[in-house]
Design a protein around this ligand. Sequence first.
Ligand SMILES: Cc1cc2nc3c(=O)[nH]c(=O)nc-3n(C[C@H](O)[C@H](O)[C@H](O)COP(=O)(O)OP(=O)(O)OC[C@H]3O[C@@H](n4cnc5c(N)ncnc54)[C@H](O)[C@@H]3O)c2cc1C
Length: 509
Amino acid sequence: MTNNTQQARRRFLKGLGVAGAVAAAPMAAPALASSMRSDGVKWDKTVDIAIIGSGFAGLAAGIEAKRQGANNVTIFEKMPVFGGNSAINGGLYAAPATPMQKEKGVQDSVERMVADQMKAGRGIADEGLLRHVAEHAMEGLQLAIDAGAEFHPYLQQLGGHSVPRTYQTSVSCGAGITQPLLKQARKEGVETINRIKFDGFVLDKDGKVEGIKLKRGYYFGEEDSGTEFFVRATRGVIMATGGFAQNVNLRMAQDPTLTAEVGCTNAKGATGEGMFEMFRLGAIPVHMAHIQSGPWASPDEGGFGYVSNYSIFNFPHSIAINRMTGERFMNEIADRKTRADAELNCRDAEGKPLPPIMVTSWEHAKQHPNAKKVLKYGVGWKFDTLEALAKHFDVPLKPLQAQIEQYNQYVKSGVDEQFGKNMGKAKGKYIQAPFSVVRLWPKVHYCQGGVQITKEAKVLDSFTGKPIPNLFAAGEVTGGVHGVSRLGSCSIPECVVMGMTASRSIMQA
Ligand SMILES: Cc1cc2nc3c(=O)[nH]c(=O)nc-3n(C[C@H](O)[C@H](O)[C@H](O)COP(=O)(O)OP(=O)(O)OC[C@H]3O[C@@H](n4cnc5c(N)ncnc54)[C@H](O)[C@@H]3O)c2cc1C
């Protein structure tokens, strides 16, 4: 650390009100600042690496840390269960040039995957980080497979991806990866502690992260619960605390339309305080206002539910219909932002939300494991005739009939003249009775914003432009990687690869 850097960090620490005599600091000390100096701290535990958060990023970091030779590695998790959003996720994992793509004759490359993501990111994604992740995505997938994760024997082509490159766990859920990784981590000697909440950093006199302050025996929702616990991390701290989609105040500060009434797919613990503490330390906030909504969600069930995975699978060979017009209104496999914005425009004559419908031939819909469940739980419908469908959803029949005939021509010709949809996965899949239908309405899903990191997963300091010593971050808590819109199935590879990267950076330092 240079003298200038040290001085800049000391100035910032003074701003926090934690470094001795405080002169009139240009930055007011945040009222709730909880990072502190290590003078006089009695450490309850000492580890090589402290990892906060037990999702994909934290688990991959833990395993890799051990493989790189770290002795004591502990993952701290505030919730009673391990896994965070990762455990409830859809289990969809994108990687380029994979064995399954080769087997199925799909031409793909790192460059192609990065180009697809840059397009969805609308020019503000971080190309270097995306390339780093794409280059190591297969390695991350192999980590999961070696730990025991199992995948469906087919590839999916999600919105915005130019080729099929997405694997999905055979249980169609992220737990199909987090459970094997958790087991593997423990097998390799990673300690895992739950109900322990990260509460702030402990810094040495130069502003280096020396350890963390936690609340042990913490109960989520009871902020006074738990007792203070100090952990010294001799090699570094990896923040893998995930996104903040469940923090309504914070998401509304970025976008006032994202009120508590707007549905959210995330686990309750996605509240963002770990990210806040890094900002307090000087980390650079990036793209905080880019909060993604999932266009495949249903207004008829809570959270991610059964419909999301079902519609992600079926969009390529389905049509999305505006119920006012009976016509399509979007490319069903465009990137998420394009589709979510188009869905939000579907309104009745008074301007009130009128959730559009996704219409699929039952013959194809039933290939997805959730097809029967959406019917069973009343969040999907099956119709023998188009008349019955139109009547149920109050859709004008004639335009709907004409739209289906027109779309079926596109299935035949392989060219969507209306919205330019890639018809590769729709080949031979005509829209015909009996029909399966679900309603669509976007839900808050993913935070593209967070702290800025380097390709080595180092957290950058806004005051010095240099990495904050001993602080690393990986996964959804980081920002700027995906730009305006993250493509589906690109978070898991990012979390796993950057988690591994963080541990490599620490151990190779
Ligand atoms: C329903 C759903 C489906 C999704 N499907 C997919 C998909 O199929 N493919 C894909 O690529 N992406 C998907 N995503 C996105 C992806 O799951 C997330 O971006 C990813 O899981 C984030 O992983 P992470 O390790 O960064 O954080 P998380 O998995 O959220 O883990 C963070 C952990 O940190 C803990 N934590 C937070 N604060 C503290 C604290 N102060 N102290 C201690 N612990 C703390 C949390 O409780 C949590 O367990 C989905 C997201 C959701 C919500």
